[in-house]
Design a protein around this ligand. Structure first.
Ligand code: HEC
Length: 291
């Protein structure tokens, strides 16, 4: 009997040791030992054009969300600035710093809202998944600090998001987050209304002739970027827009008005930055790492 128990004990310990080697030591040997994990700052180095556009579309929330936002200059700000002007390099650094914070906070929001409960981030090498969702995911794609915890997900109620970056515009994502059925009829994705904040915005009513030609209602109006907390702030923004509109467009200047609005808050901007980043980074962009 004693002999039997010791065989069981030895077999048990043997199985434990084997499992430890296979799921602990072996993966460690083939991954970490070769390439260090990329940091969030590293994967944020290439700032997506969509992230820069967020600043143009939502300047107020952007400034509140990211420290140093006023040093982040858009192409419009940089028009006419010489190539060797130090402001360009400072702006590049500021964009990278803001992008780093955005990706980290966006990932945290993605985890906190359990987006991963309905979305996978794993294109598998089976069933022609690559044709639906893009390139098959490799281990190197996950060797970065943003994939901690790894967000492969457990099931697909909605589509895989591995290559979501750049597939849709920011405007689409904003409308979709607020009310998924507005962009995807019949969608069962929940509305994320708490990512929006009420405020005030400057609107420009459409040119009546254009409205008639295009068959649009004459009351159609377009928002000018920037959702402000108070009506007074929006009024001074209106004065700025009026002053910036060329003299000869005086009719344009008169079609401006201030009205209530709502826009994405700081967390929403970070989440959008994260969605627009997905799939834009891969290990080949790493500096000094042999491929
Ligand atoms: C209850 C399940 C569910 C949850 C939770 C959920 N989604 Fe979705 N999602 C869907 C479904 C279903 C679709 C497809 C229909 C549509 O476009 O709304 C979708 C579509 C999307 C798309 C569009 C993909 C494309 O390019 O077509 C994005 C982006 C997205 N979800 C992001 C998110 C984010 C971010 C969260 C968390 C804040 C989230 N989803 C939470 C079910 C879900």
């Amino acid at each position: 009997m004693d002999r039997f128990t010791s065989i069981l004990l030895a077999a048990g310990l043997g199985c434990f040791a084997l499992a430890f080697v296979l799921s602990g030591v072996y993966p460690w040997l083939i991954t970490d030992a070769r390439e260090p994990e990329a940091t969030i700052a590293e994967v944020a180095r290439r700032v997506t054009p969509e992230f820069k556009q967020l600043k143009e579309a939502y300047p107020v929330a952007f400034a509140a969300a990211f420290p140093g936002a006023d040093e982040c200059l858009t192409d419009k700000d940089l028009a006419g600035v010489p190539l060797d002007d130090p402001r360009r390099a400072r702006s590049e650094d500021a964009w990278r710093a803001a992008h780093t914070i955005a990706l980290r906070d966006g990932r945290d929001a993605y985890v906190a809202e359990a987006c991963w409960h309905c979305h996978s981030q794993y294109v598998r090498p089976v069933a022609n998944e690559a044709q639906r969702f893009g390139r098959v995911r490799s281990a190197a794609d996950d060797n970065n600090a943003l994939q901690r915890p790894v967000l492969w997900g457990t099931r697909r109620v909605g589509p895989d998001l591995t290559h979501e970056g750049g597939r849709r515009s920011n405007d689409w994502h904003v409308a979709h987050l607020r009310d998924p059925a507005s962009t995807s009829p019949g969608s069962i994705m929940p509305r994320y209304t708490w990512y929006f904040r009420d405020g005030w915005q400057v609107w420009r009513t459409i040119d009546p002739e254009l409205a008639e030609r295009e068959g649009l209602a004459p009351t159609t109006r377009y928002p000018i970027p920037g959702v402000y907390a108070t009506e007074a702030e929006a009024r001074s923004a209106l004065e700025r827009v009026r002053a910036e509109t060329p003299e000869n467009l005086h009719a344009e200047r008169d079609r401006l008005e201030v009205a209530p609005s709502s826009g994405p808050n700081e967390t929403a901007l970070a989440l959008l930055a994260y969605l627009q980043w997905l799939g834009t980074w891969d290990a080949s962009q790493r500096e000094g790492v042999p491929q």
